[in-house]
Design a protein around this ligand. Structure first.
Ligand code: NAD
Length: 325
């Protein structure tokens, strides 16, 4: 089975490429960014291309003939999306449209799509089930809603099957310490705490310490990137066997506070660092975690790794690769 992974040089994409190749899939990665060191580790054909470039996609599909696509390529910072809406809509929505259209032209059967818990905005009920209405609070979140809408209509009109995976907060690094997150391109909490622990920044800022939570800081569902990678393989098997489009929420089902993350980093790293407690950030939900029962039931998938493993693998990665690969 030939699988094209867009955004394959990125954080979750690269972990998924490894998981797929370990399970015998024939994989090619597509990314707008060239990362030779990572390509050497991944050992799969690599196409440097932009997903909005229709003629380039046509050439790649003619050459590799993918039977399925796992589509990670996107811009991913909700804050930045509010300053650059056009760029976000062009890459995340138009890019997905061009890709789906190319898949139809080349009779590619199925897509696994990187959606996000940000389609839900601030949830009114916890944990968050797949049936929760969409209520995005950023351009980024809206692009993921629009991506899911495209999937729905490409199934109705063209029979293209898909699974949308709505990740909660991806974190951690590969268990063999070969690949991990690039902290230069992320605004995620765990790499930022790592930077503070390694003295790369003066302190870590915590936005809001007066929330109605157990320690006053916001609650998120941190899911290990290797657990996510495996969920993509399961989702691919699901869509190819069941020939049915659907969506799953992917988290651990357990919410951790920002303070608990900081405490775990202190414990794992044996380092202390300054924490600045500042005001709440507009648009940040107080708490959000996933109801993972649908993924458990239908994908037979459950997250294996807890916060301690997430932080330990992230620490191993960042402390040995401060400049990335
Ligand atoms: N990291 C998270 O916590 C998280 C949570 C929810 C959803 N997601 C989604 O998961 C996907 C992967 O996220 P990630 O954390 O691995 O991000 P990432 O930035 O590490 O990877 C995205 C990759 O896409 C590539 N890309 C961007 N624009 C492109 C274009 N026009 N053409 C080709 N390639 C392009 C980038 O070069 C990058 O390598 C994204 O769609 C993101 O929105 C991530």
């Amino acid at each position: 089975m030939r699988v094209l992974v867009t955004g394959g040089a990125g954080y979750i994409g690269s972990h998924t490429v490894r998981e797929l190749t370990a399970r015998g899939y024939e994989v090619a990665a597509l990314d707008s960014m060239e990362r030779p060191a990572l390509q050497a580790i991944l050992k799969v054909p690599f196409f440097q291309a932009d997903i909005t470039d229709e003629s380039r996609l046509d050439a790649i599909f003619s050459e590799f003939k993918p039977e399925a696509v796992i589509h990670f390529a996107a811009l991913k910072a909700p804050g930045a999306s509010m300053n650059e809406p056009t760029r976000y809509f062009r890459t995340n929505v138009n890019g997905t449209l061009v890709l789906l259209d190319t898949m139809v032209r080349h009779q590619t059967k199925a897509m696994i799509f990187s959606s996000s818990c940000s389609v839900f905005g601030t949830p009114r009920i916890l944990p968050v089930t797949e049936e929760m209405p969409f209520s995005p609070e950023s351009v980024y979140g809206e692009t993921k809603v629009m991506g899911e809408t495209l999937l729905k209509w490409f199934d109705v009109t063209k029979g293209l099957k898909s699974v949308a995976l709505r990740y909660f907060n991806a974190a951690g690094a590969s268990l063999d310490n070969a690949i991990g997150e690039d902290w230069n391109t992320t605004s995620n909490l765990i790499p930022l705490v790592m930077k503070a622990a390694l003295g790369k920044t003066e302190s870590i800022k915590v936005f809001g310490s007066d929330y109605p939570t157990r320690d006053g800081t916001a609650i998120r569902d941190y899911i290990h990137v290797v657990d996510l990678a495996l969920a993509h393989v399961k989702a691919l098997e699901y869509v190819l066997n069941e020939k049915h489009s659907t969506a799953f929420n992917l988290g651990t089902g357990v919410g951790c506070t920002v303070q608990e993350v900081i405490d775990t980093v202190r414990k794992v790293s044996h380092r202390d660092f300054r924490v600045d407690y500042v005001g709440r950030r507009p648009g940040d939900p107080v708490a959000i975690w996933a109801d993972t029962s649908k993924a458990g039931r239908e994908l037979e998938w459950k997250a294996q790794y807890n916060l301690e493993t997430i932080v330990s693998t992230a620490w191993a990665w960042h402390s040995t690769h401060p400049d990335g690969l």
